[in-house]
Design a protein around this ligand. Structure first.
Ligand code: BES
Ligand code: MN
Ligand code: ZN
Length: 493
């Protein structure tokens, strides 16, 4: 396991020993409390030709005339341009500066006379710091395992008590992101549908109720679209239904549904082998839903939320589904399988239908590493968003900007819907390359009826996305902070 920093908050002035981190701005202004070291730091900044642009760093070892081991100066750039995401990124930069430091005090003063950061800014920094320290290294042994130092970090803020109580909930969200990352990084020989369901069951410890459907239970429910995908695998499918009941109101729940293909070979329409190992991450949607449920439960969110994850492995085999096969989904609608590699929409069809019928939710949001085409359209910077509801889309876009887990709305419409009509069944699961992400969205829409719904295609953002200050592993945990924010800002008592 990663060794994560242990974080405390303090309102007292900085200690005189150990490592001290100070903030400055683009004009190299320091905060008033940092005055004690002002002369030393100003001199060092001048001598090094340092300018405090955002993320810039100056390391002053054994500063003369003090008992400190070092002073690290971090730049904030133009303080007028700072937003929530800047604090998260700053936390990441702090984390990167402390990889070999045992104990550090960070003087989080906004340069000039504004004093220390607010508790909320301090906890955003704490979150960035923690997320930046995440590594997936428990399969490395001996010398290959990088030694990490368990850093104790004290963050200076206006009110330590307020920051501490905020961190109690925000660290729950942070943990949720790491739960999602661990699941996505885990190889498919370990994380089978059964093992994933077992890990989802551990959310009971946080007060969730968890129901696991096995193959037989899903057969009774007539989930033949899902079971068809799974039939070529030795690893039997599962569906986990996670509930967090944190609301006092008797309102309808909100629901999140995740694609959990623990490995996607493509099935009989087999994928080329180059890069196929990445398909261990084809459960990024289910991982985000699991991480989100962890977050909501850990911070005791005042909401009734359902998380449903559909877990299968897509393998070629003598028993595998063939192109040309026709399956009857739980909804009764029939599907002609054109391409066994378009499997995500098949499992989601039954999961969304079941979710809608059983829970009559206020809305459903599904997350899925659904199409390679969304990478062609949006790259790694935005998840594709498809929705039948303008208000829900707006809320998601807003939450995306706040958390920097951004979504970009794509079109849906009857002309696209027609593209998936089949000559042999009610619909087909693939209609070729054009508008590949949209036709996948149209397919899902046929299983949500009138319920407000949004589909997030996270194929480009859940895994292998560009490394940032706060995301240094292959798996990003995308979606957990986004949806936690959506809930916090719009759906709690
Ligand atoms: N899991 C893939 C999509 C994917 C691609 C996720 C790259 C992450 C990175 C999905 O099941 C798939 O294979 N989609 C096909 C659909 C096609 C056959 C209609 C695709 O995108 O090529
Ligand atoms: Mn596929
Ligand atoms: Zn897939």
């Amino acid at each position: 396991m990663t060794s994560l920093p242990s974080i405390s908050f303090s309102a007292a002035s900085a200690p005189k020993k150990g490592c001290l981190i100070l903030l400055t701005d683009k004009n190299n202004t320091l905060g008033t409390g940092a005055k004690t070291y002002g002369a030393i730091v100003t001199k060092a900044m001048g001598a090094a030709g340092f300018k405090g642009g955002f993320g810039k760093k100056l390391d002053i070892i054994t500063p003369q005339g003090t008992d400190l081991d070092r002073i690290i100066v971090l730049g904030l750039g133009d303080t007028g341009e700072l937003n929530e995401h800047s604090w998260l990124r700053l936390g990441g930069s702090i984390g990167a500066s402390l990889t070999d430091v045992k104990k550090a005090a960070v003087v989080l003063e906004i340069p000039g006379k504004r004093g220390p950061v607010t508790p909320r800014q301090a906890t955003d920094i704490a979150q960035g710091l923690t997320l930046s320290a995440y590594r997936f290294d428990h399969y490395k042994t001996g010398a290959k395992k990088k030694k990490t130092v368990a850093t104790k970090v004290s963050l200076l803020t206006k009110s330590a008590a307020a920051a501490k109580s905020l961190w109690q909930s925000q660290s729950g969200v942070t943990d949720g992101v790491m739960v999602a990352r661990d699941l996505v990084n885990e190889p498919a020989n370990v994380l089978t549908p059964k093992e994933f369901a077992k890990r989802a069951s551990s959310l009971k410890k946080l007060g969730c109720s968890v129901e696991i459907l096995d193959e037989k239970a899903m057969g009774k429910l007539k989930m033949q679209a899902l079971l068809g995908v799974s039939q070529g695998s030795r690893n039997p499918p599962r569906m986990a239904i996670i509930q967090w009941k944190g609301s006092k109101k008797k309102e309808r729940p909100i629901a999140f549904v995740g694609k959990g293909v623990t490995f996607d070979t493509g099935g009989i329409s087999i994928k080329p082998s180059g890069g196929m190992e990445d398909m261990k991450g084809d459960m990024g949607g289910a991982a985000a839903v699991t991480g989100l449920m962890h977050a909501l439960a850990a911070r005791k969110a005042k909401v009734h939320a359902i998380g449903i994850i559909a877990l299968v492995e897509n393998m070629p085999d003598g028993d595998a589904q063939r192109p040309g096969d026709i399956v009857t989904s739980m909804s009764g609608q029939t599907i002609e399988i054109i391409n066994t590699d378009a499997e995500g929409r098949l499992i989601l069809a039954d999961a969304l239908w079941h979710c809608n019928k059983k829970f009559k939710p206020k809305f459903m949001i599904n997350l899925a590493t659904l199409t390679g085409a969304i990478l062609v359209a949006l790259g790694n910077q935005h998840a594709g968003m498809f929705s039948n509801d303008d208000a829900l889309s707006q809320e998601l876009s807003t939450a995306g900007l706040a958390t920097h887990e951004r979504v970009w709305r794509m079109p849906l419409g009857p002309e696209y819907d027609k593209m998936i009509d089949s000559k042999n069944a009610d619909m087909k699961n693939s209609s070729g390359r054009y508008a590949g992400s949209i036709t996948a969205g149209q397919f899902l829409q046929r299983f949500v009826e009138k319920t407000p719904w949004a589909h997030l295609d996270v194929a480009g953002t859940a895994m292998n996305s560009p490394r940032t200050e706060v995301s240094k592993s292959w798996a990003s945990g995308f979606g957990v902070r986004l949806l936690d924010r959506l809930v916090a800002d719009n759906y709690e008592d």
